[in-house]
Design a protein around this ligand. Structure first.
Ligand SMILES: N[C@@H](CCC(=O)N[C@@H](CS)C(=O)NCC(=O)O)C(=O)O
Length: 199
């Protein structure tokens, strides 16, 4: 059975939400977010850079939340929540999933890191730049949603799950209420029963 080791509010939300959408059984273990625990040899063996989440499934142990989403789909999706592999729609699902983590969540994460790690002067400039980058990514999502309810015109897919967590964290750090399509999209995603069950 799938087991997800995570901390509330972190990227472990993505695989949890997907399991809820698919209605498959899983276990969830809440671990400590304490830096000392995450630097411990036991945790580093599961995640070599000391981050969360981690997922296990039988003998498989893996890190990277969007990869977990892909593996869950491949193993347990039975074709649900993803366009046919090899199709253009599937390629775009991969595009938006990678975008969710590497283009949107990255600058948002840097806002968190700079607030935590650096002195005021370095911080303000870097945070302003990361907010600018995050807003650029949020605007791209807003434009994509101008005439469709989900990020793919194919329908609700795992790309929406990957983006959904990034928008959840953006809500706290880079308000985007002025981007009405993106804002309504987040409302739509967060109203889903599976989203709420995962929370
Ligand atoms: N790309 C990784 C990022 C993992 C990540 O940055 N996790 C955050 C929590 S959401 C974390 O552990 N941060 C602690 C740190 O970076 O020190 C993934 O998607 O799993």
């Amino acid at each position: 059975m799938i087991k997800i080791f995570t901390v509330a509010g972190t990227r472990g939300f993505r695989p949890l939400w997907l399991c809820e959408e698919l209605g498959i059984p899983y276990e969830c273990e809440i671990v400590s977010f304490d830096p000392e625990y995450r630097a411990s040899p036991a945790w580093r063996q599961l995640n070599p850079v000391g981050k969360v989440p981690v997922m296990t499934d039988g003998h498989l142990t893996m890190f990277e939340s969007c990869a977990m989403v892909d593996v869950i789909l491949e193993r347990y999706g039975n074709g649900r929540l993803q366009p046919e592999r090899g199709s253009n729609a599937s390629a775009l699902m991969q595009q938006w999933s990678w975008f969710a983590e590497s283009t949107l969540a990255r600058p948002i994460g840097e806002i968190v890191n700079h607030r935590r790690e650096f002195g005021a002067e370095a911080r303000e400039e870097a945070i302003a730049e990361m907010q600018r980058r995050s807003l650029l990514a949020l605007t791209a999502i807003d434009q994509q949603l101008s005439d469709q309810p989900f990020i793919l015109d194919w329908g609700f897919s795992a790309a929406d799950i990957n983006l959904g967590w990034s928008l959840m964290i953006a809500k706290r750090l880079v308000p985007f209420d002025h981007l009405s399509n993106a804002s309504e999209y987040y409302e739509r995603l967060s109203a889903r029963p599976a989203f709420q069950a995962a929370v």
